[in-house]
Ligand binder design. Structure first.
Ligand code: ADP
Ligand code: ZN
Length: 754
């Protein structure tokens, strides 16, 4: 057999995904590998396929007991002999497993790293034909990683003890350079093929919302997605309890998970979720490690997490089957305070020196700041995430809430000045609600009792809406112009930067959505986008069949077959063995175990006749996803404006000026477009492109992101100019010479800018 045959026969897939083939080829040529791929990319196949083709046994070192169990069940379902050895087994079971392993009964054996030290295991390993050692979650070997595991050091010892050095393959989703180098060095990988695939998860839709009423927003979201599996993450146990009660009271089939429950409760609840008895779980971040449920259709964060690392890992639990899924973050400025509180009370390791503690704290604060930035930026969320993880991206993705909302960049300096004046006039003794109320001249009892209505700035921003004013104040908090005290009152204080603003030496631009609260109506339900209503009925029927099989076998339904596999059945309507083997995810073993039952159900449902139960894809971007892109189409169906593109006709009509700012250039370009069919571009989008191409750089200086001109930028004629504000203070603006404008236009022609 070759690798393609193995992929088809055991796993039921027709082709490899990006990166898989290269790693598999290296392994089969005897080379060590390090695969760095995001969750859901398909790392397992990279070692499971070669494990079946190599002569001996593959040992997989994995830190997560539940994951091992899942993997082994999955492999056994696919007809592959595999076993796991970890502390969830009794001594008897372990020695039985080792005896069987010694007899060569398993091709793949999963072990916990602690096991490698034990005598009985070593005795087995030293006498067995081990072809490959696979290190899963390999970042655990790095001191730099977040979850360093000392027991991972045992792997190195084991490799050195074996008489013949096996191939070593390592996999992780952590991409930082330190961790990567540590893995290669500590594991002693010999001239490895190091493959880093992009971190992008194209099937995930990212959204940040700052709803006035989180509870209502959450309930309506969950109800809109009824029947779908989802995780709702909360920052604290208390939040978990109240959100759980809330959803329960709304009739949602929901369970909960946090460290305050007993082991037994946690297990029962987790199983209820995994087996789809309760498709929704409300949990703290204690939940999810080692959970491999592939059909999670959404991950909602009820509170902002503490870092982008945490966020991407947690959100990444959605859509592991490659189908469309949502990652929604419900943000409120209070979250920043909750997190600050959690960080302040975080336990520090006893053995740390004072400097270390300080360094860790600083890092935590920086991480929180980055996270806050994500929640409030108006730029493409996906690009922001990817840039955070070190990838060079610039144009908008078209599949996140910011890309789907049109923003306008406005100067809010005057408003900021008013806010600062109001805060100073009230001697920095109030929080955001009072300040907003005062500026808007509201006649609330609280304001009147403090006699704020007698002050000069009372009613100074009467015409500005409450939500707009709050947005501006948030922006000021992010930019460090204001600070909020960390107690529960969150009083607004002015920082030194507020002086600069008052003096007029610091102007504040801000992106504001053109239509407030614009709803994303275009993103329709997924399965129903692909299947007709009759198709949906069949899908439901097949889900029932799957649930029945799952009960009989005491397996989670997704191990029998993923949603994607069932949908592919609804599309292909297999009546014969050949046709069934053509369904994505149905390998020979799955066919033998369950194929006939599904065929029977399909035939019965269709009365033996075939008819098309799906909508023809009308989608120009069908190849964007490497797997079958069944769900890749929702937004495009509705007539949406296309992204900004510079056509030859537009280019001809551009008027170049002796010098101008990037906003002036983008304004001109926007006027040239057909606004009915094309979205706007913006100075920010163009700057982003220039950043990615190395003309500019964004640096975080004094609490704000400033654009700095790099060598390449100077060469084409971008230059800074000092401007004087009305008040007579200096500030810097980037200007583009005529030559620079022409170069930038040439670049834009090659791009689709959002
Ligand atoms: P990771 O370990 O990288 O998080 P998994 O190995 O769990 O990802 O794979 C995620 C999902 O993708 C699984 O459901 C797996 O069966 C599926 N998958 C992996 N490789 C392929 C492929 N070549 N074609 C189709 N599906 C695949
Ligand atoms: Zn985007």
């Amino acid at each position: 057999m070759n690798k393609f045959q193995v992929l088809k026969k055991y796993f039921g897939y027709d082709s490899f995904r990006q990166g898989q083939e290269s790693l598999i080829d290296s392994i089969l040529n005897g080379q060590d590998v390090l695969g760095i791929m995001p969750t859901g990319a398909g790392k397992s196949i990279c070692y499971q396929v070669p494990a079946l083709l190599l002569p001996g046994i593959t040992l997989v070192i994995s830190p997560l007991i539940s994951l091992m169990k899942d993997q082994v069940r999955g492999l056994n379902q696919a007809g592959i002999h595999a076993a796991y050895i970890n502390s969830s087994l009794t001594e008897n079971q372990i020695s039985m497993a080792l005896t069987n392993a010694g007899k060569g009964q398993y091709k793949i054996i999963y072990v916990a790293p602690e096991r490698l030290e034990t005598y009985s295991f070593l005795e087995f390993a030293l006498n067995a034909p081990i072809s490959m050692i696979t290190v899963d979650e390999a970042h655990c070997i790095s001191q730099w990683g977040q979850d360093f595991r000392p027991s991972y050091m045992n792997i190195v010892k084991l490799v050195s003890k074996l008489s013949k050095r096996p191939i070593v393959s390592a996999f992780t989703a952590t991409a930082t350079t330190n961790v990567k180098e540590d893995i290669i060095c500590v594991l002693g990988l010999a001239n490895p093929n190091v493959l880093v695939t992009g971190f992008d998860r194209k099937n995930l839709y990212f959204e940040v919302k700052a709803p006035k009423k989180k509870d209502e927003e959450l309930v309506s979201y969950v109800k809109e997605h009824q029947g779908e599996s989802g995780i709702v993450y909360c920052a604290t146990r208390k939040n978990v309890e109240s959100v759980y009660e809330l959803l329960l009271s709304q009739g949602v089939r929901v369970t909960k998970y946090h460290a305050g429950l007993t082991n037994e409760e946690r297990k029962v609840n987790q199983d209820a979720f995994i087996y789809d008895d309760k498709p929704v779980v409300v949990a703290t971040n204690a939940f999810g490690m080692g959970i491999d449920k592939s059909n999670v259709r959404y991950v909602v964060h009820y509170n902002m997490p503490q870092s982008m690392e945490n966020y991407y890992q947690e959100a990444g639990r959605a859509g592991r089957d490659g189908e469309k899924a949502d990652c929604v973050l419900l943000y409120s400025p209070q979250d920043v305070m909750i997190n600050q509180f959690l960080l302040d009370n975080k336990e520090v390791r006893r053995d740390m020196e004072e400097d270390e503690i300080r360094a860790v704290k600083e890092r935590d604060v920086q991480r929180l700041r980055d996270m806050t930035y994500y929640c409030t930026t108006k730029e493409c969320l996906r690009s922001h995430i990817l840039r955070y993880f070190g990838e060079n991206v610039y144009s908008g993705c078209g599949n996140c809430s910011n890309c789907l909302t049109e923003y306008e960049e406005i100067d809010v300096t005057d408003m900021c000045i008013q806010v600062i004046k109001a805060i100073l006039e009230t001697r920095q003794r109030f929080g955001i609600n009072v300040i907003v109320g005062m500026l808007r001249g509201e006649r609330k009892a609280k304001l009147l009792s403090y006699r704020l209505d007698e002050l000069q700035n009372y009613g100074a921003l009467k015409e500005v809406s409450e939500s707009r004013l709050k947005q501006v104040i948030n922006e000021m908090l992010i930019k460090g112009i204001l600070q909020a005290t960390e107690d529960k009152y969150a009083l607004l204080k002015c920082s030194e930067k507020a002086d600069e603003v008052l003096k007029g030496s610091y102007r504040i631009q801000m992106k504001i959505s053109e239509e407030q609260e614009k709803k994303r109506t275009s993103q329709k339900k997924r399965t129903s986008d692909v299947l007709t209503s009759k198709g949906m009925d069949l899908f439901e029927r097949l889900r029932e069949v799957r649930a029945g099989l799952a009960r009989e076998e005491a397996l989670p339904p997704y191990i029998i077959g993923s949603d994607k596999t069932l949908i592919d059945m609804c599309i292909k309507l297999p009546f014969t063995k050949e046709e069934m083997l053509n369904v994505s995810g149905i390998g020979e073993n799955k066919y033998h175990k369950y194929g006939q039952q599904f065929i029977r159900a399909i035939k019965e449902f269709m009365n033996g006749e075939k008819e098309q139960l799906y909508f023809e894809p009308v989608h120009e971007e069908a190849e964007r996803n490497d797997s079958i892109s069944l769900f890749d189409k929702p937004e495009k169906r509705n007539k949406k404006k296309e992204n900004f593109r510079l056509t030859p006709e537009m280019t001809e009509r551009i008027v170049y000026l002796p010098e101008c700012t990037i906003t002036e250039l983008s304004n001109q370009l926007n006027k040239l477009r057909d606004e009915k069919t094309m979205k706007k571009t913006s100075g920010a989008a163009i700057s982003r492109m220039l950043i990615s191409r190395g003309y500019l750089e964004e640096r975080f200086i004094d609490g704000i992101w400033r654009k700095v001109i790099l060598e390449k930028g100077k060469e084409i004629g971008i230059f800074p100019k000092v401007k004087i504000s009305e008040k007579g203070n200096e500030y810097e603006v980037l200007f583009y010479s005529e030559g620079a404008q022409r170069r930038v236009v040439e670049m834009i022609k090659e791009e689709v800018l959002v």
